[in-house]
Design a protein around this ligand. Structure first.
Ligand code: UD1
Length: 472
């Protein structure tokens, strides 16, 4: 029953992601290298998911399979194991059992990440209209070096004779600029009928999928090519130089999208903005800012240079001064942060609060209008509305074993250079003298001072100098 249903399915997507990526010269598998803040493979899976349902996507994994699997497991796709990586043709041979239930497949490469769903739909439509056994998506980039080239049957024909890999090109074929993007549509029946005819007798000693073009032609099948409008979206990332170029293309696209929506970004080419970032109109972003992960920024904010903001939510009219590092935190309307402030995960900064220079805050909630302006550490703390934290105040939240909380009420004044040894509570309206070490709870409205009383000896300094002079 199941196989009958499956045999009626029209289209699956197979994403080849088992290769090592030796040309990158890194330990990380090629498809896990990131551009735009996401692994290459995640971009490809996202594009494929807009064309077919995730249950009809098969990702071929092999090199560091578990890592690759973990990176896209959340997308609900299927995995096919290619235990030995014997080439792109062998990757499809490994997926044979998975694809037999479909009439057609689209084959994508895990290392061609900028592919848009629209381009895939276009390929799929063309493949159906042409009634082809194999349809190759091609492009004509400025520099075709390294790519397989398309041998058309004649200059104006959509039919293809063969794909020739870079290493096998004759001097004449080297002038061909039309490349194989590594993205194809196949009718499954002729593909499966010819799959075992692939050989390793080529310059790579591998089972290469491009050979399928010539094999299908010899079997009398129709093999066609469709040229993509934009070669840039079909570039592969085989070297680190190509990878960083793709990253730059992608991030420029994100920045342009925000600018078009009313966000001012000065020198956008210097900013690093991830795909998931949202910024409301009338916000201004200065050069060399990084906005990462799922960061959301309200309107009329100013994000000054060299700040790195990751997975944070900012309200409206928030000012982030230069060189702040903010992670996994929320900042309410009209708050001012920095310069050189560090918000570690779990902070909630209230409206109109002010976190100044060299202030580090971790898992702490600052109420409306709280001021911690200079050289302070606040960890595992809750600080009520209107409280002033003096320069150099430290919550001693760690006793060497556990993290303990500090609770400070509303309108409290914590004098400079005080340490609050947690767990400790300072109630509303209390006053803590500068330089105190607070180890016990402070009741509301009281003064707590814990420091040695000052001793002043009149004339002591002059007498000392006189004694010293005598000795000389
Ligand atoms: C491939 C094409 C080339 C095309 C180029 C476009 C081949 C032999 N050549 O070259 O014509 O111009 O794409 O980018 O196909 N993979 C596996 N299993 C393997 C080998 C590779 O899953 O055994 C995967 C890789 O992880 C990668 C993709 O297939 O995601 C492409 O493999 P790669 O070896 O990088 O082929 P290219 O050199 O890019």
């Amino acid at each position: 029953m199941t196989s009958k249903l499956e045999s009626n399915k029209t289209l699956a997507v197979v994403i080849m992601a088992a290769g090592k990526g030796t040309r990158l010269k890194t330990r990380l598998p090629k498809v896990l290298h990131e551009i735009g803040g996401k692994p290459l493979l995640s971009h490809v899976v996202a594009a494929a998911s807009r064309v077919v349902a995730p249950e009809d996507i098969y990702v071929v994994i092999g090199h560091q399979a578990e890592k690759v699997k973990a990176a896209v497991a959340g997308a609900g796709v299927n995995f096919v194991e290619q235990t030995e990586q014997l080439g792109t043709g062998h990757a499809i041979q490994s997926a044979r059992d998975s694809i037999t239930g479909y009439k057609n497949i689209l084959v994508l490469s895990g290392n061609v990440p900028l592919i848009r769903p629209e381009a895939l739909s276009h390929l799929w439509q063309f493949h159906q209209i042409q009634r082809a056994a194999m349809t190759i998506l091609t492009a004509t980039p400025e520099d075709p070096f390294g790519y397989g080239r398309i041998l058309r049957r004649s200059k104006d024909s959509s039919e293809v004779e063969a794909i020739v890999e870079q290493k096998a090109l004759t001097p004449k074929q080297q002038t061909i600029r039309e490349i194989n993007t590594g993205i194809y549509a196949f009718r499954t029946a002729p593909l499966l009928a010819n799959l075992d005819k692939l050989t390793t007798e080529n310059a790579y000693n591998e089972f290469v999928l491009p050979q399928m073009a010539a094999l299908l032609r010899s079997a009398g099948e129709r093999v066609v090519a469709i040229q993509a409008d934009d070669a840039a979206e079909l570039l592969g990332a085989n070297t680190l130089a190509e990878l960083v170029a793709l990253d730059s293309t992608l991030r420029t696209t994100y920045a342009r999208r925000l600018i078009a929506a009313g966000v001012t970004i000065f020198r956008p080419e210097t900013c690093v903005i991830d795909a998931g970032v949202e910024v409301a109109p009338d916000t201004v972003i200065e050069p060399f800012v990084q906005l990462l992960g799922l960061t959301r920024i309200g309107s009329e904010c100013l994000i000054r240079s060299y700040s790195v903001i990751e997975n944070c939510t900012l309200g409206n009219r928030v000012l982030i001064r230069q060189s702040c590092v903010l992670a996994d935190s929320t900042i309410a309307d009209d708050a001012k942060i920095g310069p050189f402030a560090h918000l570690r995960p779990g902070c909630e900064i209230g409206e109109q609060a002010h976190v100044g220079n060299f202030v580090e805050i971790k898992k702490a909630k600052l109420g409306k209008g709280v001021k911690a302006s200079h050289l302070t550490y606040l960890g595992d703390a809750e600080i009520g509305e209107g409280t002033n934290i003096g320069a150099g105040v430290i919550t001693c939240n760690y006793d060497g074993v556990n993290k303990n909380p500090t609770r400070i009420g509303k309108d409290v004044f914590v004098g400079s250079d005080s340490t609050l040894v947690a767990p400790v509570t300072v109630e509303d309206g209390a006053f803590i003298g500068a330089g105190s070490c607070i180890t016990r709870d402070v009741p509301a409205g009281s003064l707590a001072v814990s420091r040695a009383r000052q001793v002043t000896r009149n004339g002591w300094a002059a007498a000392r100098r006189a004694r010293q002079k005598k000795r000389e």
